[in-house]
Design a binder for this molecule. Structure first.
Ligand code: SF4
Ligand code: SF4
Length: 164
């Protein structure tokens, strides 16, 4: 598979080893972004970088796989399990008087929320929280883009936003 080098500027400590090893000069750019048009994908820069700032990534990404119904169904079941886990942990954190247990349950609460959000993103159902998303939903509800637009579900999500 053909690869290209990319540099994570936040990790780069500017010691410039990649500039010395690159056979094409692709790492030596004005803006610090590796010039993919000159990169031949040898990987020497990534191997030389002491900060792990360079990764080799596919030059062409495969097409996104179809999200099959049974996969989404399984993901949704997992999301619900994570939501229950979050609520249980939050409830325990509120009720306990033990400091250690409260801290642990708060950590579990955050972890369950993050896992649930990751799963939702994978399932293709992630909706950013905030006023722009709410405004978009209301606009879609008021002017549905098609006859089969899921109005009931949209209204349910809008209601859930109000409960936040
Ligand atoms: S070798 Fe790594 S740390 Fe050094 S300049 Fe290149 S990317 Fe940055
Ligand atoms: S992969 Fe090779 S050609 Fe590409 S930037 Fe790194 S050293 Fe240069």
């Amino acid at each position: 598979m053909e690869k290209k080098a990319v540099r994570n500027l936040r990790l780069c400590t500017k010691d410039c080893l990649c500039l010395y090893v690159c056979p094409t000069g692709a790492t030596d750019t004005e803006n610090s972004i590796i010039d993919v048009s000159r990169c031949v994908g040898c990987g020497d820069c990534a191997a030389a970088c002491p900060s792990g700032a360079i990764s080799m990534v596919p030059a062409v990404y495969p097409e996104q796989q179809e999200k099959k119904e049974e996969v989404c169904f399984a993901l949704n079941a997992l999301i619900e399990a994570k939501a229950e886990e979050e609520m249980t942990a939050a409830s325990l954190a509120r009720k306990t008087e033990k400091v250690g247990l409260r801290r642990l349950m708060k950590a579990v609460t955050v972890s369950a929320r993050l896992s649930g959000e990751d799963l939702a993103r994978e399932a293709g159902y992630m909706l950013p929280q905030g006023s722009p998303a709410l405004a978009l939903l209301k606009a879609l509800r008021d002017n549905p883009p098609s006859d089969d637009f899921p109005l009931n579900e949209t209204n349910r999500i809008i209601e859930a936003f109000k409960g936040e």
